[in-house]
Design a protein around this ligand. Structure first.
Ligand code: ZN
Length: 239
């Protein structure tokens, strides 16, 4: 399986706290734990030519992981359109944290994807509410992040195909933290944790969920459907 990890990589260049937590960038940290014998990982960032999302690179990727925050508007519309087409054609997409406001996620959801937020470094308890789902394999009833940004409901997304995780925050809010969607042949997973000033992507449970999600989103079952006017498969004309 070939995975492409995309990161806007801007906080890493301007915020010393983020650089200390992720010396190789958020994309570097995610690539490192995803890489194994079955998974080939490449990375791409906003400032690469064509944001590192050329036709060749996109065609080659089975699953794309997306982290963005400060610079959603700088992602070119024509590249977003190409990414969307690849998802509809069967590429998996994992959208992380503030990627809820990325052009690609909003375009695929068709809603504002807005939410409540608060940066107070509070505890997040992430409940596993679908213990039969492959994305929760190896995850207990819940896991905790000692410090995270709060995201709260209402989260303006379409009703998910599957709701996998629900978060509780110390300040009292709850949030649909793990949700799946299908668009065309593409499988999409939104996963909430990952504020840049907390070491969230070094957490073993977070890593396990993202690893599971990448495997789940790799859609190898993509028969080529033919659309439009169709000849009958049985002799219904000479009856
Ligand atoms: Zn954040």
């Amino acid at each position: 399986m070939k995975v492409l990890v995309w990161n806007e990589n801007r906080h890493e260049k301007t915020n010393a706290i983020v650089t200390e937590i992720y010396p190789e960038g958020i994309h570097g940290a995610i690539a490192e734990f995803l890489q194994d014998d079955d998974v080939q990982v490449k990375t791409a960032t906003l400032d690469d030519a064509q944001h590192g999302l050329t036709d060749e690179i996109l065609t080659d990727a089975d699953v794309l992981v997306w982290w963005g925050h400060l610079a959603h508007d700088e992602v070119a519309d024509e590249i977003v359109e190409k990414v969307k087409q690849r998802v509809l054609d069967g590429m998996g997409l994992i959208v992380l944290h503030s990627g809820h406001f990325s052009k690609i996620f909003k375009s695929l959801m068709g809603t504002s994807c807005d939410l409540k937020w608060r940066e107070a470094g509070e505890k997040e308890r992430i409940w596993n509410i679908d213990p039969t789902h492959p994305i929760t394999e190896g995850v207990g009833q819940y896991f905790e992040l000692e410090q995270e940004e709060m995201y709260g409901e209402h989260f303006d997304i379409p009703t998910p195909d599957e709701l996998i995780f629900v978060s509780w925050f110390e300040g009292g809010e709850v949030f649909r933290s793990g949700a799946t969607f299908k668009r065309g042949k593409g499988k999409i997973f939104y996963f909430r944790p990952g504020h840049e000033t907390h070491p969230t992507y070094h957490n073993k449970d977070v890593q396990r969920v993202i690893k599971n999600a990448v495997k789940w989103a790799n859609n190898t079952n993509t028969p080529t459907h033919v659309y439009g006017n169709a000849k009958p498969l049985e002799n219904i004309l000479g009856r």
